[in-house]
Design a protein around this ligand. Sequence first.
Ligand code: SF4
Ligand code: SF4
Length: 450
Amino acid sequence: MESKRLSKLPEKVIIPLKQHKGIPCVPMVKKGDSVVIGQKIGDCKDSHDSSVHSSVCGEVLSIEMAPHPEGNKVLSVIIKTTESDQTVGFSPKKNPSQKDLIELIKNSGIVEHYGVPTQSVLKPHGKNITTVLINATSSEWIGGKFSTPEEYGTQMLEALKLLMKAAGASKGAIVLRSDDTESIAAFSGIRFEGKQLEVAPLIGSRKIGYYFKDQESNIVVVSQKRIYGKRILNFFTYNVTGRKVPAGCTPADVGVAICGVKSAKALYDAVYEGKPYYETVILLDGLPNCPSLVMVRIGTPFKDVIEAYGGYPSESGKLIANGMRTGVAQYTDEVPVTKTTTRISFQKPEDVSKDEVIACIHCAACVDVCPVELLPNKIAALADQGRFDECRQVHIENCIECGKCAVVCPSKIHILQLIRYAKDAIELAYEDTPAKESSNIKLGCACGGE
Ligand code: SF4
Ligand code: SF4
């Protein structure tokens, strides 16, 4: 599936100075400044943050708080665009060292689609990464920035080697989706390390942890079923490597770093072309007359993407960023595409749920569908009452945010929103404190867990 570049340049771009989980960047430009493509406009001080670059040529109109697709307002650089392809001098890196690569990832503004800066995934504090996985199971990203399947395959393998070097890892795998024949064909034809590459299916006990042992190469390409959900990483790690991630831990705790195709490609471009991360590929659904994949400059308002493809199919309805099931409904189409935007969806008025929320009827439908065997009804009720410590006791952190519980709930309870709300509160209050040491008092919960 190939992407189409958005044909018309937007009149202005809105570039948030925070497009990653971490501290916002400090603006490096001021009102009236001229900027060119690839120019760094937001600098980060901490090694676990990520720089921001201009995606267009133009003039800085203002630096102000502007709507962000996650629902809040974020300090953003607003640039009036001019029709020009002028860029900063891109300088490719020859044989970069591990330290060079980590610095390059940070300075090129490369982040994972779930917002964590890629250098933090590869070099997490106090953890040793031994295996890097590229999760290529979302085939909508194939063709994103690649003109042919062969280019996709060869660049991904090169990118994996770079990611492994940056992490200091000895093993790496590219994980494709087993029904994505296009990607499997792209990799199957490649000659790698003197041999024709084969894509091995991950079935039964043929976990990659064992599979690596049979291979001369420390790099393999495998395929597995797609696992849905935004926070699938622990699940994914186990499926692919056979390493179980304990409750409350992350893949890094078992030595695994997982990167996406977008960030892998961004690193390839940063090393071989010297380009920072200033454009991305997004999927469009629910809009007539549009290709499903579009390459967009970061900062392009949603409305410009929609107008470029004939506008809205009807006057009302709902605009959603990052998927119908787990994404965020937008109150304005003046929000920009950011590094973490993967999809823009338009829900028709007749499809928008208008059901009133009623009390839980204890049908257990949510329990039946939960892929990680949680009690979504119980967690949602505790979250609703602010009993966050008890949410931890019933392992809220294991929720992969697939949204299945909310879809099946006959009472239309906003289970996923409640879970996310509690997770955010817990993250803020506890940071790295282990679950057993926490207390409701620390969170200010008046009930004390009763
Ligand atoms: S609690 Fe809900 S959102 Fe979380 S993993 Fe279970 S079904 Fe998915
Ligand atoms: S599906 Fe909804 S109504 Fe049924 S138990 Fe879960 S939360 Fe309650």
